[in-house]
Structures are given as structure tokens and as C-alpha cells.
Design a protein around this ligand. Structure first.
Ligand SMILES: *[C@@H]1O[C@H](CO)[C@@H](O)[C@H](O)[C@H]1NC(C)=O
Ligand SMILES: *[C@@H]1O[C@H](CO)[C@@H](O)[C@H](O)[C@H]1NC(C)=O
Ligand SMILES: *[C@@H]1O[C@H](CO)[C@@H](O)[C@H](O)[C@H]1NC(C)=O
Ligand SMILES: *[C@@H]1O[C@H](CO)[C@@H](O)[C@H](O)[C@H]1NC(C)=O
Ligand SMILES: *[C@@H]1O[C@H](CO)[C@@H](O)[C@H](O)[C@H]1NC(C)=O
Ligand SMILES: *[C@@H]1O[C@H](CO)[C@@H](O)[C@H](O)[C@H]1NC(C)=O
Ligand SMILES: *[C@@H]1O[C@H](CO)[C@@H](O)[C@H](O)[C@H]1NC(C)=O
Ligand SMILES: *[C@@H]1O[C@H](CO)[C@@H](O)[C@H](O)[C@H]1NC(C)=O
Length: 801
């Protein structure tokens, strides 16, 4: 049992229950004609140069690698036994240590003494660039202080949220390439400014957990036995690949990301980690990526196909007792020794692993000793490997509270909020409370608790000190001498109603759980199969209905990891307000109190669309089949999330970019300025070409700046997010509108005005020309729409480029 739990705990990977300890399990049944390797060697692997930023680090890495034996080089690119989720092999005679790689997107995992940050999706809901950067910079410091060289974060567009039931959407940002691109750039930079190598993941087209690997087929007794089951193939057309799925990775490369993790799924039939078209062609070629491509844990299937297809670092290799198969190690040595894989290719793999290590100065400023919870706990000496080291700073609590406040989305308010000294408050639902077993007992993936503050899997992070809403509301209620009552048993509807019926306000707390290794319940409601609920069901819908039936001032606090269907009760006359903190992290309680009591006016806006019905989302974004060779055709193309609703004229419940405030704003003086600004942000430059390109010009130069005045005409100090959407010229095949800018006016007082601006880069008005394989800005008049959400866009301006 212990070993299983620990393996599940250890990385962004599937269960290793049935895995034998050699790579035979991956060999195809000879009767199977589909190999998953059809395109593996189509495009040769580009050799790194270090690019614009890393020529010194690259030369240094190349010099050292040049002195290494084949065995030493192979050690650098093969996962090694160790306490971290991933380790490389040290080459002590050359002063190169073993590098420690550790999860994950909301904080170090598994480890102690660090912060459970708000989820990516919550951070996106702030629409605040400074908070996105500060979160990653602070998180990066915690990785550094725990001795981690390579952080397995951020998610930069895999998933992007094209499939609303995808279990891992909470780890990412906006269901939109532009928003995700902004967050990718800032979060990579934040982590790396702390001296830790960031990992952009998962490349490419990773939009479902179901059938992502051989263990996650819907029916384990399916006709496909483990020996011939293939992971789902994401079949994506070239234009969508460029305009949606590569976009965030391009921004990660521009920010100088050191590692990119390839995905579990196949792309057009070929395993992502072997796919030379996406790895050698798109990533190392077109995006000019100079770092290393590392496999997701168990994402490699064949040594030769991976090495020639562009994979540099094979993880976890020999770690976890080799339970996920070891593909490099001696197999790679043999392939190099007989010339199947060139010496040059092996050298480049090792150089690509070591270049970011030197570029970020890790060789000079030796990191503190590694301090994580070892994957093989408790056989490892936990006391020795994990002496308690506090790395959370008091200022971090202020930061994550602010992110949780500013990422809270007020969905409905009939005047019930902010609370005004209610005499009797009733708090209903387990999700208001501290959890039945604290945080340390939730397992290293959070799955034993299904708490509301963060999703599960490798994207989970243990809280240092989870401050729950019940605790914070009780504390705050003392100021007003409010009587506070509560019922935390989700199935005791009698007690819930007894408490609610007597109160002036009933706050009912529900949460939709999401985790790696499973897609969400297909209903996307608050009723779903649960590992911790009674009879295996958590029935938040019944709880809401019971409370709303008994109190005319029912406020729903609805935690959500992504799109959730609210329509069964959203118009209930007794439900006077609905507020969603999304997944707020360990300062959940204090942040919620600030918003409920109006210390802070809510300013979060949805980074995804909430539909009225599940059927309103694009159909078939999830392939759920027992087929041994599952295919997911991305037929919606670029039209996912809000674009789908626009193209098909479907009215959502709450549109992308929606969120209420306690104040009111007016938008005036839309202006444009066509002053050219060359791209100065790129730390590394991509090779993305565009039509009519002159020497020195970049796809990321700013061609136009649109601005607008936002005035707070309400009574309270508040923040407002303004959004810009581009409409391409008539006749151009593009969605009706696409997000291409946002800016946030912060803490505006009554009557105060702020000018917000939206720089429009060449790429923001370009499209991918599939015939000429180049970006192109279409001729004609563009329209820029500006307003408070994707469907409240009162102002427009036009421009031709
Ligand atoms: C971000 O961090 C910087 C540096 O610590 C700080 O000055 C700034 O106020 C922070 N911004 C926000 C929005 O928290
Ligand atoms: C996948 O196939 C589509 C359709 O043929 C094509 O447009 C796209 O470029 C292919 N992508 C890759 C990575 O092979
Ligand atoms: C090279 O070695 C590999 C691994 O041992 C083997 O599978 C392959 O057939 C060999 N190729 C040649 C050309 O000898
Ligand atoms: C574990 O490590 C601690 C601290 O180094 C040491 O005191 C203890 O004896 C070790 N326990 C075992 C079982 O090796
Ligand atoms: C919760 O309420 C249900 C329904 O009344 C009851 O059966 C169950 O025992 C309660 N659970 C606890 C832990 O009290
Ligand atoms: C996949 O199909 C299985 C079997 O029909 C079903 O139980 C499961 O809920 C489906 N999963 C999703 C995410 O729709
Ligand atoms: C609203 O609450 C009242 C109790 O105050 C209840 O009598 C009524 O039936 C509720 N309305 C609905 C539609 O449930
Ligand atoms: C101003 O804001 C309040 C609170 O959100 C809202 O109820 C009201 O409708 C708004 N008024 C206008 C004119 O938009």
C-alpha cells in the first residue's frame, strides 16, 4: 500500500500499479499496425546554440559535456534514483551535481514548510499581471529555498481549457491563447528570476486525462490489454496548432524557459514525446527553443523514437525503481555506440540540460540542500531527508490573500452583499470548514480530502496553515456581535434547514473537485462521484436546494476548478448572491471575509465561459472510449470556449470575462496611437517569421496602442478589469472576436479615472498561413472592441495595418 501511495504521490504521472520494471510493457503487439511512431523521424533534431541570452552558459555546458564519456552524458539525460520526483546524475569529477526536479504549479510538492498558492485559474481571474508575476517569483523562491533546481511548472497551454471537463484545467490560466500567453511569459520569468529553472508544460494538445496513458482507459477490462493500449491522439490542424496550442509555449520560450515537458497524449498519431514535427520542427525550430525537452513521467515509449524525435531528458528513468520504464540509460548508450543515435545528438541532449543550469547561475550560488518529502517515504529516512525547513515568508500570506481576494468572482448579487452586520449567520457545508483530516493527511496529491482550496494530483500542494472560511467568518462576526451557527455535515439536510431557517443570512458552501488522472463528472455540477463523500457521492446540488428552500437570503459560495453548470438554482428567488473564489489556496477564509464584508470590492472576472447547459460547449472535446487506439479530433479548431458561443450564437449563463463589483464604472475616450515599439521583452527570440518581414523586425513588435478611460462612478473604492477583443477584417476566416488585451485599474476611489492601455503586437493581429507556413497580418480594417467583459463591449475603434 505504502509504495503505491508514494508512487502516486510523486510526480505528474499516472498510477504505476501494474507497471513491470522494464520497458517491455511498451512494446507493441506485433499484430498491431498502429505503432504511435509513424512520424517519429520526419524532422531531424536542431542542435542548440544558446540563442540570444545563453551563449556563455551554452559554451560552458558544451565545454564540459565535451569532456564527458558516453556513460556520463547518458547519466545527465536519464532520470536517476533519488528523493526528488526527478533527478539527474552528478558528474562529480567535473563539478556537476545531481539536479533535483520537483512539482508543481501551486507550490512545491511533496514537501513541507511552503505555501499552498491559489490555483492558476484563480490567479488568471485577477487579470493582474503584477500578481501573476509576484506569485511565481515568490513560489520560485520557495522552490529555491527547498533546494529544487527545476520546478515542474508552469502550465503554458496544455491544457488550455478547450475541453471543459479536463481534470487539470485549474492548473492553467485563461481558456484563451492570448491570456495564457501573457501568464506563460510572466510565470516563467517569475520562477526563473528566483534562480530556479521553469518547465513549460505539457507540449502539445494535452486536453484530457481519460486515456492519456495506458492506465487511464475508461474500462480497465477493455479489449485493449495494457500491452497494446495507446494513449489518446490529439489530432489538430496546423492553423489551430499555431494560433492556439503553440501560443503559450512561444511566450514561455520568449521568457527564456529552461525546460519544456512533452505530453502524455499522441499528436496526429505519434507520441508527443517522440513527435519530431512538434518537438524538432515547431519547438526547437520555429520557436528556437534552446533548453531541454523532458518527458512527462511515463510519457516515453521507445528509446530510439524519443531520442531522434527530439526528447532530451527522459523522466523519471531509473527513479521509482524504474517502475515507469527506463528508456535512455543503457538503451541509449547502445543506440549511440552503434550509431543509430549520433554522438552529436547525445551531446546536444546533455548540453540542453546543463545550459539553463549555468544560465540561471545555479553553478555559482549553490542551492540550499534538497529538502522534500521523498517519494519512497517511509522507507527513506524521512527525518534525514526532510528536516523541517520553513520557507514561507509572512509577506507571502499577504500576497496569496490578495490573489484570492482579487481572483474571487461575484456572479450574482441582488443586494445581499456586502454583508451588513447580520444578526444571525448560518454557515452550511463541509467545504466551509477545516476538512476532516487537515492537510498533511490528504495524501501527496490532495485526493484523500477533496478540499475546496486547490485541485488534486501533481498540481496540488500541501498548505502550511489552511485558514478556512468558517474560522474567518466566526472571527469577523465578533465585530458585529453576530450569532454564528453552522452545519458541516453535507448530507444532514434536516440540520442544515433547521440552522438556515432561523438565520438572517445562510451561506451555503459547495465545491467541485477536479484532479489529475480523471476528467470531471460529465455533468459539471456540484453533484459527483467522490472518494470522500458518503456512498461515494458528494451532493452539493441537494445541499444548495435544501438551504435555498428554507432561507430567503441564501448566499452560495461556489468553489470551482473551471467551468461549472449553475443553472439548476442560479435563478432561485431565495438565492440572493453567488460568489466564486474558484480555488483560492491556503488563505481561503481571510480572503473570502474581505469580499463578503466589503473590505475589498470583488474584481475577479471569469477566465472561462459558464454555460447554461453542458451541451452548449463544443461537442466531443472529450474522447471517452475503450478503443485501444483512441482518437480526439479537435474539430472545433480555434473556436473553443467563448469563440464557440459567439460563432454559434449561444447565450452563456456567464460569459468569459464576466464578474460583478460593488461599484460602477464608465468607459470613455477610446483612443489609438500607431507609434511603433520594437519588442524589448524577449529574453530569447523565436524564429517565427511573418510576411513582409524586414531585418530586425519581430512578430512581437507593438504596432498600435489602444487606450480607454475607466471612471469609478460608484461609492466604494474598487478595481476594474477592462478587456480588448479584436475583430478581423470582413471576409477573414477568424472568430467574431478574440481577446488581445486587458488592463486593470486598481483601487479607484469614487469619481476617480484611470487611463488603461492595450498594446497590440503584430502577432495579435496576424494569422497562420498554412500554405506558406508563415504568419501574416491580413489586409483590411480591424475593429477593436473594449469593455468590461466579452459581451459588454460598448466602445470600438478601427485600424488598418
Ligand atoms: C509585487 O511585488 C513587488 C516587489 O515585492 C511589490 O513592490 C509590489 O507591490 C507587488 N505587487 C502586488 C500587486 O502585490
Ligand atoms: C496534424 O494533421 C493535420 C491535418 O493533416 C495537419 O494540418 C497538422 O499540421 C498535423 N500536425 C502535426 C504536428 O503533424
Ligand atoms: C543498435 O542497437 C539497438 C539497441 O541495442 C538495436 O535495437 C539496433 O538494432 C542496433 N542497430 C544497429 C544498426 O545495429
Ligand atoms: C534517520 O536520520 C536521522 C537524522 O540524520 C538519524 O538520527 C536516524 O538515526 C536515522 N534513522 C534511521 C532509521 O536510519
Ligand atoms: C451526517 O448526516 C447523516 C444524515 O443525517 C448521518 O447519517 C451521518 O451519520 C452524519 N454524519 C456524521 C459524521 O455525523
Ligand atoms: C467515460 O465513460 C465512462 C463509462 O461510460 C463513464 O463512467 C465516465 O463518467 C465517462 N467519463 C467522463 C469524464 O465523461
Ligand atoms: C424561500 O424561502 C422561504 C422561507 O423563507 C420558503 O417559504 C420558500 O418556499 C422559499 N422559496 C422557494 C422557491 O423555495
Ligand atoms: C451599480 O452597481 C450596483 C452594484 O453592483 C448595481 O446594483 C447597479 O445596477 C449598478 N448601477 C448601474 C447604473 O450600473
Amino acid at each position: 500500500m505504502r509504495k503505491t501511495t508514494a508512487i502516486l504521490a510523486a510526480a505528474c504521472m499516472g498510477s504505476a500499479l501494474a507497471a513491470p520494471s522494464n520497458n517491455k510493457r511498451y512494446l507493441r503487439d506485433p499484430a498491431q499496425t498502429v505503432t504511435g511512431n509513424e512520424l517519429a523521424y520526419e524532422i531531424p533534431a536542431p542542435v542548440s546554440s544558446g540563442g540570444k541570452a545563453w551563449s556563455d552558459a551554452h559554451a560552458r555546458a558544451k565545454g564540459l559535456v565535451g569532456q564527458m564519456s558516453v556513460e556520463e552524458k547518458v547519466g545527465i539525460v536519464t532520470g536517476q534514483p533519488g528523493v526528488c520526483a526527478g533527478q539527474t546524475k552528478a558528474v562529480e569529477r567535473l563539478g556537476i551535481p545531481s539536479l533535483c526536479l520537483q512539482d508543481g504549479p501551486a507550490g512545491v510538492r511533496p514537501a513541507d514548510g511552503h505555501t499552498q498558492f491559489p490555483a492558476g485559474v484563480t490567479t488568471a481571474a485577477t487579470w493582474d499581471r503584477e500578481l501573476i508575476y509576484n506569485r511565481s517569483r515568490t513560489m520560485g523562491q520557495e522552490f529555491y529555498d527547498l533546494g529544487v533546481n527545476v520546478a515542474l511548472t508552469p502550465v503554458t497551454g496544455g491544457p488550455i481549457g478547450a475541453n471543459p471537463v479536463m481534470g487539470r484545467n485549474f492548473e492553467g490560466w485563461w481558456a484563451d491563447p492570448y491570456g495564457t500567453g501573457i501568464a506563460s511569459y510572466l510565470s516563467v520569468k517569475g520562477i526563473q528570476d528566483a534562480g530556479v529553472v521553469a518547465t513549460a508544460k505539457h507540449f502539445l494538445g494535452y486536453e484530457q486525462e481519460t486515456s492519456r496513458n495506458i492506465y487511464l482507459v475508461p474500462n480497465p477490462d477493455s479489449p485493449g490489454s495494457l500491452s497494446n493500449q495507446l494513449p489518446v491522439s490529439s489530432n489538430i490542424d496546423d492553423r489551430t496548432t499555431h494560433e492556439v496550442y503553440m501560443w503559450g509555449f512561444a511566450e514561455a520560450v520568449r521568457a527564456g524557459v529552461g525546460s519544456v515537458m512533452c505530453a502524455y497524449n499522441r499528436v496526429n498519431g505519434t507520441h508527443a514525446c517522440h513527435n519530431s514535427v512538434i518537438q524538432n520542427g515547431h519547438l526547437k525550430g520555429e520557436l528556437n527553443f534552446q533548453g531541454n525537452i523532458m518527458s512527462d513521467w511515463g510519457g516515453t515509449w521507445d528509446s530510439q523514437a524519443a531520442a531522434l524525435g527530439g526528447l532530451d531528458l527522459e523522466m523519471p528513468g531509473l527513479n521509482f525503481g524504474g517502475a515507469l520504464g527506463t528508456f535512455y540509460d543503457t538503451s541509449l548508450e547502445a543506440l549511440v555506440n552503434n550509431g543509430t543515435v549520433s554522438q552529436e545528438r547525445l551531446e546536444d541532449m546533455a548540453v540542453r540540460v546543463l545550459t539553463p543550469y549555468f544560465a540561471l547561475g545555479q553553478a555559482e550560488t549553490a542551492l540550499p540542500s534538497v529538502n522534500v518529502i521523498p517519494w519512497n517515504f517511509p522507507t527513506a529516512n524521512l527525518t534525514a531527508a526532510n528536516p523541517y525547513r520553513l520557507v514561507q515568508k509572512p509577506s507571502t500570506r499577504t500576497l496569496i490573500k490578495q490573489i484570492a481576494e482579487d481572483g474571487t468572482v461575484l456572479l450574482k448579487n441582488n443586494g445581499a452583499l456586502p454583508l451588513n452586520a447580520p444578526a444571525r449567520i448560518s454557515i452550511i457545508g463541509s467545504k466551509a470548514g477545516p476538512g476532516m483530516r487537515g492537510d498533511r493527511n490528504c495524501g501527496a496529491t490532495g485526493r484523500l480530502c477533496e478540499g475546496p482550496s486547490l485541485g488534486g494530483g501533481s498540481g496540488w500542494a500541501q498548505a502550511l496553515n489552511y485558514i478556512d472560511p468558517l474560522m474567518s467568518i466566526r472571527q469577523r462576526a465578533l465585530d458585529d456581535s453576530s450569532a454564528v451557527d453552522w452545519v458541516l455535515n453535507d448530507t444532514d439536510l434536516t440540520a442544515a434547514q433547521y440552522s438556515a431557517v432561523q438565520a438572517d443570512v445562510a451561506l451555503v458552501f459547495v465545491s467541485a473537485w477536479a484532479t489529475e488522472e480523471a476528467d470531471r463528472d460529465p455533468s459539471l455540477t456540484y453533484t459527483y462521484r467522490s472518494a470522500v463523500g458518503r456512498n461515494g457521492v458528494y451532493d452539493g446540488e441537494a445541499l444548495i436546494q435544501a438551504v435555498a428552500a428554507s432561507n430567503p437570503n441564501t448566499i452560495v459560495v461556489a468553489y470551482m476548478p473551471g467551468a461549472t453548470i449553475l443553472d439548476a438554482w442560479i435563478d432561485h428567488p431565495n438565492i440572493t448572491a453567488v460568489v466564486s473564489p474558484l480555488q483560492p489556496g491556503e488563505q481561503a477564509g481571510p480572503a473570502l471575509v474581505s469580499v463578503l464584508y466589503g473590505d475589498v470590492s470583488p474584481s475577479g472576472k471569469l477566465p472561462f465561459t459558464i454555460a447554461k447547459n453542458i451541451g452548449d460547449y463544443p461537442p466531443d472535446t472529450l474522447t471517452n472510449t475503450t478503443d485501444i487506439n483512441p482518437q480526439n479530433d479537435f474539430t472545433e479548431g480555434v473556436n473553443f470556449d467563448y469563440r464557440w458561443f459567439d460563432v454559434n450564437n449561444i447565450t452563456p449563463r456567464y460569459e468569459f470575462g464576466y464578474g460583478l463589483s460593488y461599484s460602477n464604472f464608465t468607459y470613455n475616450n477610446l483612443a489609438k496611437d500607431a507609434t511603433f515599439h520594437a519588442d524589448v521583452e524577449a529574453i530569447q527570440t523565436t524564429n517565427e517569421k511573418f510576411k513582409g518581414q524586414n531585418q530586425g523586425e519581430s512578430l512581437y513588435d507593438t504596432l498600435l496602442t489602444v487606450s480607454v478611460d475607466v471612471k469609478n462612478v460608484g461609492d466604494v473604492v474598487a478595481c476594474e478589469v477592462a478587456q480588448l477583443y479584436v475583430q478581423y477584417p470582413d471576409g477573414v476566416d477568424q472568430p467574431p472576436k478574440q481577446l488581445r488585451g486587458f488592463d486593470k485599474a486598481k483601487r479607484l476611489g469614487h469619481g476617480e479615472t484611470k487611463t488603461l492601455s492595450f498594446p497590440i503586437r503584430r502577432k495579435d493581429v496576424a494569422m497562420w498561413n498554412v500554405v506558406e507556413q508563415i504568419w501574416e497580418v491580413p489586409q483590411g480594417q480591424f475593429t477593436f472592441h473594449v469593455g468590461s467583459s466579452s459581451r459588454q463591449l460598448p466602445l470600438t475603434t478601427t485600424h488598418s495595418f
